[in-house]
Design a protein around this ligand. Structure first.
Ligand code: 2AM
Ligand code: CA
Length: 249
């Protein structure tokens, strides 16, 4: 197999290519379709970018399985390598031209998070991590902050596709709001995780996420010195839906 750092460089190039497609999207013709649940959309670009990234990743690491948001992928969960990909994380933001979306590529190896790349084309920010080698933003090492809760910014997602979780999400956000500096809600789970890794915010939680939302970002937080678990403190799965809380310490 190729050296993992060569694989990483190729994945970053692929993510940047896809980022250009997001930036150049024809905003008059996104071909928006509804998926199951509230505010759950897919555009032609989510599907197009997924097809392109799937092909590129197959060229980079031909023996890896592929799990992506926009296709019913049948994978062998016991395979040595599995890519877990969100072609556009923050689709509602993408539709609204809110400039807070990214491409998220995680690589699981033997059931553990092994490599993660998150590329935000709007800010030209690329985060990456390899297990055991630290987390980086545009090639520079990043670390979580050491601020305590009263000096924290707390990020949360409202799990919009599962409206039954809204009340609990906002109650938890209100609990944090009373103890922290302030709350933010970006609309991209992967970028929220990267914000924790970069020390721009201290806590992020969401009561249900899909594996492609956090496959890359969870490793990036851990490699930046943070901690990621389910909201009730259990180990975060790699390939299943889960709640998630990421903390700076
Ligand atoms: P998406 O934009 O790729 O659909 C918004 O709260 C963030 O969480 C986004 O990253 C969104 O991903 C994801 N998300 C929101 N609700 C979700 C749900 N019910 N299940 C899985 N992912 C969800
Ligand atoms: Ca998505």
């Amino acid at each position: 197999m190729k050296d993992i750092h060569i694989i990483l460089a190729e994945i970053i190039d692929a993510a940047k290519e896809c980022g250009k497609i997001m930036l150049l999207a024809d905003r008059n013709d996104l071909k928006i379709k509804d998926k199951a649940g509230k505010a759950n959309f897919v555009t032609e670009y989510d599907c197009k970018i997924q097809k392109i990234i799937e092909k590129k990743l197959a060229d980079i690491l031909p023996n890896a399985q592929f799990l992506g948001e926009e296709e019913d992928c049948k994978i062998d969960k016991n395979a040595e390598y599995i890519f877990v990909v969100d072609p556009v994380d923050g689709t509602t933001n993408f539709i609204k031209d809110y400039h807070m979306s990214c491409i998220s590529i995680g690589l699981i190896r033997n059931g553990k998070r092994y490599l993660g790349v998150v590329h935000n084309p709007y800010l030209n920010e690329t985060y990456h991590a390899i297990s055991g080698e630290g987390a980086y933003l545009n090639g520079n090492r990043i670390h979580v902050s050491d601020d305590d809760l009263e000096n924290s910014i707390v990020l949360f997602g409202s799990s919009p596709y599962n409206t039954e979780l809204a009340k609990k999400s906002f109650e938890l956000a209100y609990e944090y709001f009373q103890k922290c500096l302030d709350i933010r809600r970006s609309g991209s789970a992967a970028l929220d995780l990267c914000a924790i890794a970069a020390g721009r915010a201290e806590i992020y939680f969401e009561l249900i996420l899909s594996p492609w939302d956090f496959a890359a970002g969870a490793l990036i937080v851990e490699e930046a010195g943070g901690n990621v678990t389910t909201v009730d403190g259990r180990e975060l799965p790699c390939l299943e839906k889960s709640s998630l809380i990421a903390k700076n310490k």
